[in-house]
Write a protein that binds this ligand. Structure first.
Ligand code: NDP
Length: 283
């Protein structure tokens, strides 16, 4: 039997439709502002897509493009202005920032109530305490994908490969809250294959093309592939995940494709977080 494919595009669409319908019933339009510094081509596309999606759903989406040469002080002032602007519900600082700016300082400057990325230390703390929080979009999206399979998370062994602040660590907190037994593997983990083999749920967030091979997976596992890697293949450039999808689908029970899995969910959850932030700020 081959794995069932988890259709991230369809699930993201249904979340966006819910958000759109909820916004339509409001007497105001929540506002999201994305700050982009410099001209990293990938960031340009991400930010443009986020603003476009915001507009489609009835949010006010606004892109603040600042020059590469901006000082840390000026960027902090810009964040402060947005914090104080009552019409703005969500602030997003597109990473990476230029090297001369300490991104931690910028993240710390965003009002936690407007921190729709869920990166502020206050929100990270709240997440780990299991309190009400704006959770980081990518791992929150992964949870929705796992839930969409109908496979209960409680009591399952979830193996997360990768321990970044934006994916692996928050993913561990979210799955732990849902009563999974959680293992977090990383670059210093010996015998990754043996660790991954234990996973009823496997979340790969590494950034290494096809690191997770079919032989490493437990039969029937739910496999969530966060990785986005562009590699040359047959004289063209292709997008692949951290999981060897072609072979893994013969072993897994459920699997996300790349593209069309986690990617669309991240943006859908950002829209959801913006609406949530807007509601919370007004209660
Ligand atoms: P980081 O580079 O921040 O973290 C990668 C993690 O993988 C680190 O914890 C690292 O370990 C671990 N790692 C590296 N090599 C190995 C290895 N050989 N074996 C086991 N673990 C290893 O990446 P991100 O978390 O930011 O992103 C991961 C991937 O997800 C990337 O491909 C990125 O493009 C993608 N991504 C996709 C998103 C989406 O919307 N779909 C959103 C965010 C990211 P250590 O800590 O020891 O260095």
């Amino acid at each position: 039997v081959t794995a069932r494919i988890i259709d991230g595009r369809a699930i993201a669409r249904s979340i966006e439709e819910e958000v759109r319908a909820e916004i339509e019933r409001l007497r105001f339009r929540p506002g999201l502002t994305a700050i982009r510094v410099g001209s990293d081509p990938a960031s340009e596309i991400y930010v443009r897509n986020k603003a476009k999606k915001a507009h489609q759903l009835g949010l006010r989406g606004d892109e603040r493009i600042l020059p590469d040469s901006i000082t840390e002080r000026d960027l902090l002032d810009e964040v402060q202005r947005l914090n104080e602007d009552a019409d703005i519900d969500g602030i997003l600082v597109q990473l990476p920032l230029p090297k001369h700016i300490d991104s931690r300082k910028i993240i710390d400057a965003v009002d936690p109530a407007k921190d729709v990325d869920g990166f502020h230390p206050m929100n990270v703390g709240r997440l780990h305490l299991g309190r009400e929080v704006l959770a980081p979009c990518t791992p929150a999206g992964c949870v929705r994908l796992i839930e969409s399979t109908g496979v209960p998370i409680e009591g399952k062994h979830a193996v997360i490969v990768g321990r970044s602040d934006i994916v692996g660590k928050p993913m561990a907190a979210l799955l732990l809250q849902r009563n999974a037994t959680v293992t977090v593997a990383h670059s210093r983990t010996p015998d990754l294959a043996a660790v991954v083999k234990q996973g009823d749920i496997v979340v790969a967030a590494v950034g290494k093309p096809r690191l997770i091979q079919a032989e490493m997976l437990k039969r029937g596992a739910v496999v969530i592939d966060v990785g986005i890697n562009r590699i040359p293949e047959n004289n063209r450039s292709v997008l692949v995940g951290d999981v060897d999808f072609g072979h893994a689908r013969e072993v897994a029970g459920w699997i996300t494709p790349v593209p069309g899995g986690v990617g669309p969910m991240t943006i859908a959850m950002l829209m959801r977080n913006t609406l949530t932030a807007a509601m919370w700020r007004r209660r």
